[in-house]
Design a protein around this ligand. Structure first.
Ligand code: HEM
Length: 289
């Protein structure tokens, strides 16, 4: 039994990442989905028409992931955020956000393993995903560390506002865009600040990568558009008429996504942020990014 699980996991991962490679190549060759047709017909959100947004009520389960909370707030996942089947939620992510089927199997399956539950039989409540140093980790961009704020279900708005205010890009119509450089700079600030303010701070190499993966969705699926990000991160709502900015037929594969994740993680320079801080003579909380 002890030997079988790692062997099964090894072959499962080999299969997922081989298939991901095939999907990545197919995406390069196939024409993109037309604007306005990313969410498949018949699924909530098709043509940009998302079901009514209802903020969470007392007793509803929410987690540290804005994307999953948004689906619950629109009733695409159960509004109370409870009793979600692991194997039913991947296809919902696939259709709502246009992530590839590989991601939509791998992440929920990882979450099931992390919670020691069965991917094919069990259910979870959103708040269970906040198991510290499972997928949830310190130095997030939209949450205080769980040692300081145990309920991770709501965004920490000062961080969100600071992140969005740090956007330096512009699209061709002059709208504000968050860039890879902005995301790396704000991540460096959060890591330095969190290390100073959280006595229980920890951030392993794999959690650094998780962090950059989570935040890279803001540039890929959300396209870095600050106006959309504000609605998504502040209210955990999908903007009226919104659709994923990823229009490849098979959705966002690990192969394509990891290019952005690598650039974001590689660009995080905590030392440079600390040196800037020292020059300004300020403390970590007030220095500009
Ligand atoms: C497939 C199932 C998913 C699971 C199980 C999941 C889980 C999580 C968890 C546990 C966190 C907290 C990490 C932290 O401590 O910062 C998180 C953060 C986040 N996730 Fe998800 N997520 C999923 C899908 C998605 C999708 C599809 C998107 C984008 C459309 C997304 C966007 C984000 C963002 C932006 C954050 C916040 C990062 C931060 O605050 O630094 N997630 N997710």
């Amino acid at each position: 039994m002890f030997l079988i699980t790692p062997i099964v996991n090894f072959f499962q991962n080999l299969l997922v990442f081989s298939w991901d490679f095939v999907l990545t190549i197919a995406n390069i060759l196939l024409p993109k989905l037309k604007v306005g047709h990313v969410v498949p017909a018949g699924h909530p959100g098709a043509g940009g028409k998302w079901p009514e947004y209802v903020p969470p009520k007392e007793g509803d389960s929410r987690c540290s992931c804005p994307a999953l909370n948004a689906l619950a707030n629109h009733g695409i996942l159960p509004h109370d955020g409870k009793n979600i089947k692991f194997n039913e939620f991947g296809p919902i992510i696939r259709k709502s956000y246009n992530f590839a089927s590989t991601f939509c199997f791998f992440v929920p399956n990882t979450a099931a393993n992390m919670l020691k539950k069965s991917y094919s039989k069990d259910t979870f409540d959103l708040a269970e995903l906040d198991l510290h140093n499972g997928i949830e980790h310190d130095a997030s961009l939209t949450r205080e560390d769980s040692a300081l704020v145990p309920d991770q279900g709501k965004p920490h708005l000062p961080f969100v506002r600071e992140l969005l205010a740090s956007a330096t890009g512009k699209d061709k119509d002059g709208n504000a865009l968050l860039t890879i450089k902005d995301l790396s700079a704000y991540s460096a600030k959060r890591r330095v600040d969190a290390r100073k303010t959280n006595p229980n701070f920890s951030l392993s190499r794999s959690h650094k990568t998780f962090g950059s993966s989570n935040s890279s969705t803001l540039l890929t699926i959300l396209g870095g558009r600050v106006a959309d990000l504000e609605t998504f991160l502040v209210e955990e709502r999908l903007p009226e008429g919104w659709e994923s900015r990823v229009r490849t037929r098979n959705g966002l594969t690990f192969g394509a996504f990891n290019v952005t994740v690598f650039k974001v993680e590689h660009g995080i320079n905590e030392k440079a942020y600390e040196e800037k801080l020292a020059k300004e003579g300020g403390d970590a909380k007030t220095a500009e990014v």
